[in-house]
Design a protein around this ligand. Structure first.
Ligand code: ZN
Length: 441
């Protein structure tokens, strides 16, 4: 009796793999019988390695150097910001700015605004050499920039103007809340911060982005038709796909989704449209549609809400702690005193700097979701792999796992190509006729 049972178990174990390899399940869902046999022949890791190996070594070294240099730039930018804030407080420059603003206007709101404009101009001027190196010299050195200095400078000034308007509104609003709402100001401050950010996201595609670039609806029917078909298939209004003249500033291949509550749009940049095959463009479009359909902008706002409340609680604590310790020396003892603004900026920049790996991981996870959505929507795993290699112009392709967690706001080339090749291995039978069933060509 026991032996019989045992033999049944052994039989079942032996049979199980055979059942799995049986083409019947594939045939049952209308797939060709070859589906199950084809899958094991495709080695995901080998295909991924083969794609990565197509990048010439000197090009890879250059992209690695560019991206790794970015790690240090993040640290330097943070440290420069810290030094500037401490200098403004310790030298009492901040107090002098406040007093000067008070001499010009007796109205409270205007005084805050005048202080903020001085603050913005001073920090921008001090950080300007670094901005030139980072945004102009270095981008040219790595062949990523297309602008001459004049137009670049024009963009910087427009950016400064936008920062002055938006920052001015935010700072006046916050000091109003701090002055009126007392001890619990930080709760209302965080709530107002979230609403303010939502408004900026809402208006950015229509009022801010066009200050830098020209947008128009996608034109070329060869590219447009499959993309709009894919958009319709995924429930995206076809009017929401735009092309932007990003080649004005850069050689980077890119695309994004912006806006919300009706201002949403998918924007493909002209570098992508000019440098990529229709298969590659479709894979990018599938990815962007993922952001759209998965409501990543709304989820971002929710995540930011959590961050804002924690950040403002930290800000409230830090302001009281810092002003109690050094307020006398700085000439700014009250949290309501705008001369303490550099401390607030310092505290928030520490908060967001420390949280970088977490915010990066949040974004990277969404990007990975969009990748998976895109593979299913566009069904272009090789297009995806080829675009991932092009993104390797400015993003290190093959980092260590820890590097990816700490520094990457998008998955690395290796992670993305692996996902594409894994998708391909499992979908061999349903790929359209004529698809390359091997590795890179
Ligand atoms: Zn994305």
């Amino acid at each position: 009796m026991f032996l019989w049972k045992l033999s049944m178990v052994v039989f079942a174990l032996l049979l199980a793999p055979m059942l799995c390899a049986d083409p019947q399940p594939a045939a049952a869902v209308g797939l060709p019988a070859s589906a199950a046999q084809a899958a094991p022949a495709f080695d995901v890791k080998a295909a991924t390695d083969a794609y990565l190996a197509t990048v010439p070594l000197d090009k890879k070294a250059r992209s690695d150097a560019y991206f790794e240099g970015g790690y240090w730039l993040q640290l330097w930018d943070f440290l420069i910001g810290v030094v500037i804030a401490i200098f403004m407080l310790q030298s009492r420059l901040s107090v002098r700015m406040r007093d000067w603003a008070a001499r010009i206007s007796s109205w409270w709101g205007i005084r805050i605004l005048i202080y903020f404009v001085q603050f913005l101009l001073f920090t921008t001027v001090v950080q300007f050499p670094m901005a030139i190196y980072e945004g102009y010299i270095r981008e040219h050195k790595y062949g990523l920039a297309t602008q001459t200095f004049g137009p670049w400078m024009r963009d910087q000034l427009v950016g400064l103007g936008v920062g002055a308007v938006l920052g001015g509104v935010a700072v006046v609003g916050l000091y109003w809340i701090v002055g009126r709402l007392g001890k619990n100001w930080w709760i209302w401050g965080a709530a107002a911060g979230v609403v303010f950010q939502a408004i900026v996201i809402l208006i950015a595609p229509v009022y801010i982005a066009p200050l830098f670039n020209t947008f128009h609806k996608l034109q070329d029917p060869k590219i447009k038709d499959p993309i709009l078909s894919m958009a319709r298939a995924n429930g995206i209004p076809a009017t929401d796909v735009y092309e932007v003249d990003a080649s004005k500033q850069s050689t980077r291949v890119s695309a994004y989704v912006s806006g919300f509550l009706g201002s949403e749009r998918i924007v493909l940049n002209d570098n992508l449209l000019n440098r990529c095959s229709p298969e590659e463009i479709q894979s990018v479009m599938g990815h962007e549609m993922g952001h759209y359909v998965l409501h990543h902008i709304y989820k971002d706002l929710l995540f930011d809400t959590v961050l804002f409340f924690i950040g403002f609680a930290f800000l409230n604590w830090g302001m009281h702690w810092g002003l109690a310790r050094w307020g006398e020396r700085w000439g700014a003892r009250e949290i309501t005193d705008v001369a303490a603004l550099p401390l607030a900026v310092l505290l928030l920049s520490i908060f967001f700097f420390v949280l970088t790996p977490i915010t990066n991981s949040w974004t990277r996870t969404q990007e990975y979701e969009a990748d998976i959505f895109g593979l299913n929507a566009a069904r272009q795993p090789d297009g995806e792999a080829l675009v991932d290699l092009k993104l390797g112009d400015y993003r290190k392709l093959d980092p260590t796992p820890m590097e990816e967690i700490l520094f990457y706001d998008h998955p690395s080339g290796r992670t993305r190509i692996t996902a594409a090749m894994r998708w391909k291995a499992e979908n061999m039978a349903v790929l359209p006729p004529g698809t390359n069933l091997g590795g890179p060509r």
